[in-house]
Design a protein around this ligand. Structure first.
Ligand SMILES: Nc1ncnc2c1ncn2[C@@H]1O[C@H](COP(=O)(O)OP(=O)(O)OP(=O)(O)O)[C@@H](O)[C@H]1O
Ligand SMILES: [Mg+2]
Length: 228
């Protein structure tokens, strides 16, 4: 079994959206999936409980129970445990990270998200874990092309020591509509661009489940806006 944690110190960056969509992608590919929601807001578990079709198993509770949940899921033959984390409660998030095979640090490609992304990636590295940055809510007017962040944003992200996943998620109202029914965007819009982004991202994640060990951080100076 592989354990994936989705995290970011920035509220509203897309942790729940990513965790639920990835859990559903895995489930729809016939994997046995448990989603652990350790955020007291319980958004991920609420979304999955709105689902009328079969879906991933749900745990909602405190981070202190995660070890037990993980052990039980392993014994139960699960393929994936996907953990949705809160933006605050560093201790809880650290407990989740300690159990993971792969951390996904999610953020929007905007100036105000950069510092939280970098700090979250640093926390992952400090705990000796590997993973990827995943960009979410990328604004693009090109429905047929993969969404991409601007070169200056990419330059900052290159310095933070976790590699950027080659596929991100565009900003698309399908994510909000599908979530309200506990569905992933690939179910919502079979041939849509949002679903295609998700399929490409999940294929990448599944092919890179051992993560990448923390790389020595590049010595280039951090832009002033991110220092401290
Ligand atoms: N790619 C996207 N396109 C459009 N809307 C999105 C996308 N990703 C997330 N959203 C919307 O942005 C809002 C915040 O997303 P989400 O709840 O997943 O973030 P979060 O990081 O889990 O927030 P919190 O820190 O409160 O747990 C939600 O309304 C969600 O539907
Ligand atoms: Mg959330």
């Amino acid at each position: 079994m592989k354990t994936i944690a989705v995290l970011s110190r920035k509220g509203g960056s897309g942790k729940t959206t990513l965790a639920v969509n990835l859990a559903l992608m895995a489930f729809l590919a016939d994997r046995q999936v448990m989603l652990a929601d350790i955020d007291p807001q319980r958004s991920a578990s609420d979304a999955l409980r709105a689902r009328t079709a079969p879906g991933p198993s749900i745990f909602d509770g405190g981070a202190g129970k995660l070890f037990h949940v993980q052990s039980n899921a392993m014994r139960g033959g699960y393929d994936y445990l996907i953990i949705d984390t809160p933006s605050a409660c560093e201790g809880d998030v650290a407990q989740a990270v300690n159990l993971t095979d792969l951390c996904l640090v999610v953020g929007r490609p905007s100036f105000l998200d950069l510092a939280p992304i970098v700090r979250t990636a640093e926390a992952v590295r400090r705990l000796g874990k590997g993973g990827f940055l995943v960009l979410n809510q990328i604004h693009t007017s090109k429905p047929d092309a993969s969404p991409a962040a601007s070169p200056d944003i990419l330059e900052v992200l290159r310095l933070c020591g976790l590699p950027l996943a080659p596929h991100g998620l565009r900003s698309h109202d399908a994510f909000q509509k599908a979530m309200a029914l506990g569905r992933c965007v690939a179910e919502w819009e079979k041939a849509g661009s949002a679903g295609r982004d998700l399929e490409q991202l999940w294929a990448f994640v599944e092919a890179n489940l051992d993560g990448q060990r923390p790389a020595p951080r590049q010595q280039a100076p951090m832009p002033a806006a991110l220092a401290g």
